[in-house]
Design a binder for this molecule. Structure first.
Ligand code: NAP
Ligand code: 3JN
Length: 341
């Protein structure tokens, strides 16, 4: 339970990772009221330093005593760490905002995208889950459409950047790209196949139903966030040789009729969304342009050719920011606003 304070003691678990580093920079850029910042990681990087507000902070090894005196802990060190340490952090009086899938579908754990379902936060949350990055950018675009026209069915294909698999995957794409261009053999550590100049229809592990775990996260998390178990969702998730930002091609079928112009207007008025949609001028959302920004960018909005109440669009966002670190910090902002009012 969080008590109102002027400034809060914040811990980042997984601070040396691709998401954790963005958490530090996002807290700094958004002037989050931080009294003290504790950077936690594994024994591998304990003692290293990270920059925060122009200072060096030393990374400490995560242990059972790490959360004493901490008000808010942002976790991004994988599901196993979250399962083990989030309850310990809560026991120490800390509110946890967790980026892993460990708690997302747990009953009673709010799964929050602040623009979409802030009221699901509840009165005294202990663990708050941050959705999967592919889900976050899709639900931001779906929310205003669902509220106005009621969504029945979604068919989505993702084009996910390698930064979604962490620092090692960013390095793997860099090294493989150089090796291929230099005609040298490639090394595979993170992905089972070459990722440079290739597309892998495989994210996370495959399940018995033939879908990948990433695909089922999109189905289950979208329904929980939109509070509607009846929405039909058919996902295909694909890893592409892009460093930052995930792109998604989305088909949406609604109960009520709508036009592409109405959808454009609706989306352009929704917080956190920018519509870039002038294909005649070669203007549409691009991964390289969304990278480093917090927006969800939507374009190529067009009526389906065959179905009356259906549209197609293209949505792009920086997976490490709105898909992870920024959304987590926005949840923290929502939390402190609640205790202040
Ligand atoms: P990453 O670049 O590989 O970083 C992993 C981080 O976790 C590093 O700081 C690492 O510390 C730390 N860590 C690993 N094992 C640990 C342990 N036993 N104890 C303490 N710290 C440990 O990965 P990432 O891309 O930042 O992702 C991290 C996690 O965030 C993912 O596993 C996932 O659960 C979540 N995530 C969520 C989304 C989302 O969609 N919302 C997106 C990406 C990631 P060392 O430096 O010491 O190894
Ligand atoms: O692959 C991506 O683009 C996003 C990856 C997210 C991720 C990576 C490792 C473990 C997750 C997640 O957020 O669902 C997890 C996990 O916690 O299960």
């Amino acid at each position: 339970m969080l008590n109102k304070k002027e400034n809060y003691e914040v811990a980042v678990v997984g601070a040396t990772g691709a998401v954790g580093r963005r958490m530090l920079s996002t807290l700094e850029e958004r002037n989050f009221p931080v009294a003290g910042l504790t950077a936690l990681a594994s024994a591998r990087s304990a003692g290293q330093t990270l920059r925060y507000q122009g200072r060096s902070i030393e990374v400490r090894q995560l242990n059972e005593n790490s959360f004493k005196g901490i008000d808010i802990a942002l976790f991004s060190a994988g599901g196993a760490v979250s399962r083990q340490y989030a309850p310990i952090a809560v026991e120490s009086g800390c509110v946890v905002i967790d980026n892993s899938s460990a708690w997302r579908m747990e009953k009673g754990v709010p799964l929050i995208v602040p623009e979409v379902n802030p009221d699901a936060l509840g009165d005294k949350p202990e663990i708050i889950a941050n959705p999967n990055c592919s889900t976050v950018q899709m639900v931001v675009a779906l929310k205003p459409i669902h509220d106005r026209y009621r969504i029945r069915r979604v068919v989505v294909s993702t084009y996910q950047s390698v930064s979604g698999s962490g620092q090692k995957a960013i390095k793997e794409l860099e090294q493989q790209s150089r090796a291929v261009l230099d005609g040298k053999p490639i090394e595979k550590k993170v992905y089972p196949h070459q990722i440079a100049f290739n597309c892998l229809p495989h994210i996370d592990v495959f399940l018995d139903n033939g879908y990948s775990k990433e695909e089922m996260k999109m189905v289950n998390e979208t329904r929980k966030i939109l509070g509607d178990e009846s929405i039909e969702i058919s996902p295909t998730t694909v890893r592409v040789p892009v460093f930052y930002s995930h792109s998604e091609a989305v088909y949406v079928e609604t109960e009520q009729p709508m036009t592409a112009e109405e959808i454009k207007k609706l989306l352009s008025e929704f917080p956190g969304v920018r519509v870039v949609d002038a294909p005649g001028k070669n203007e549409y959302p691009l991964a390289v342009e969304a990278a480093g920004k917090g927006e969800v960018v939507v374009g190529r909005i067009r009526k389906d050719l065959a179905r009356e109440n259906a549209i197609n669009f293209w949505v792009v966002s920086d997976n490490l920011l709105k898909g992870a670190a920024l959304n987590a910090v926005q949840i923290a902002e929502l939390l402190i606003k609640r205790v202040s009012s």
